[in-house]
Design a protein around this ligand. Structure first.
Ligand code: ZN
Length: 255
């Protein structure tokens, strides 16, 4: 059975009872971890996940709330006697600095017995990962950095994940919901969307004409927490055909 486990559902600001962004996608025989906001490893253990079953890590972008849990994940895999290589897919600009970070804290492949492979995303290029086809789509989330520093180095991605039985889209972090225009040209069974950088109304208005069967909202801005019931009510009005769920840590969503 394929399912999504919400490992961490907070936005970039810490709140009680929620870890930062991390989601585990499990099929009958494979597990992919999408982003590693801390404390994802402890949360995975609390959820009863066999850590050594994680086949690959997919990073959407470099912000700390999506990458900060990487060292403890590697350290825990090492202490769990992992020997299988671990592949980390990531924006190209993160590849060398993350390897240096792991090396500085004795967790690179120089120190531990399993290989860590880094593979850089190429936008709108399909990658085969554990029998799934994964296509990264660049979002405008980091555009202000590119404007400020005058280059095109900073990349944030949405991840489209395809399997003969399902199609899922992880929004990653967005600039605006319209960043999802291209990956939502085709219907999806599940959209996992962030809700930290625009209002629920903006997102729902954009989704009215999209073919999304189930919408899982996560990464809610702190000011939206506590307003879940009214967000669901608004979704029912604007998107009556769509199943809409709001994430909390530990929530499992079957496909
Ligand atoms: Zn974020």
């Amino acid at each position: 059975m394929t399912e999504i486990l919400v490992v961490g559902s907070a936005s970039g600001f810490p709140v009680p009872g929620r870890g930062h962004y991390s989601v585990l996608l499990s099929t009958s025989d494979k597990s992919l971890l999408i982003d590693v906001g801390e404390p994802c490893t402890r949360s995975l253990i609390e959820a009863g996940t066999a850590l050594n079953a994680i086949d690959a890590v997919l990073l959407t972008h470099g912000h700390a709330d999506h990458t900060g849990g990487l060292p403890m994940l590697i350290q825990t895999l090492w202490l769990s006697q992992r020997v299988e290589p671990l592949t980390i897919f990531l924006p190209e600009e993160l590849s060398a600095p993350l390897q240096q970070w792991l090396d500085a804290i004795y967790l690179s492949s120089n120190f531990i017995p399993f290989e860590i492979k880094f593979i850089a995303w190429k936008t709108q290029h399909f990658f085969e990962v554990c029998g799934l086809q994964i296509c990264p789509h660049q979002t405008t989330h980091l555009e202000s950095l590119s404007r400020k520093f005058g280059n095109n180095r900073f990349k944030a991605y949405s991840l489209q994940i395809e399997h003969p039985d399902f199609r899922i889209l992880f929004s990653g972090d967005l600039g605006t919901p319209t960043d999802l225009e291209v990956p939502l040209a085709n219907p999806v069974d599940l959209l996992v969307s962030e809700l930290a950088h625009f209002s629920p109304t903006e997102l729902f208005r954009f989704l009215v004409t999209r073919r999304v069967q189930k919408l899982l909202l996560t990464h809610l801005a702190p000011e939206l927490l506590g307003n879940e019931a009214s967000i669901i009510q608004e979704a029912r009005k604007q998107l009556p055909e769509m199943v809409v769920l709001i994430a909390k840590d530990g929530l499992r969503v079957p496909l």
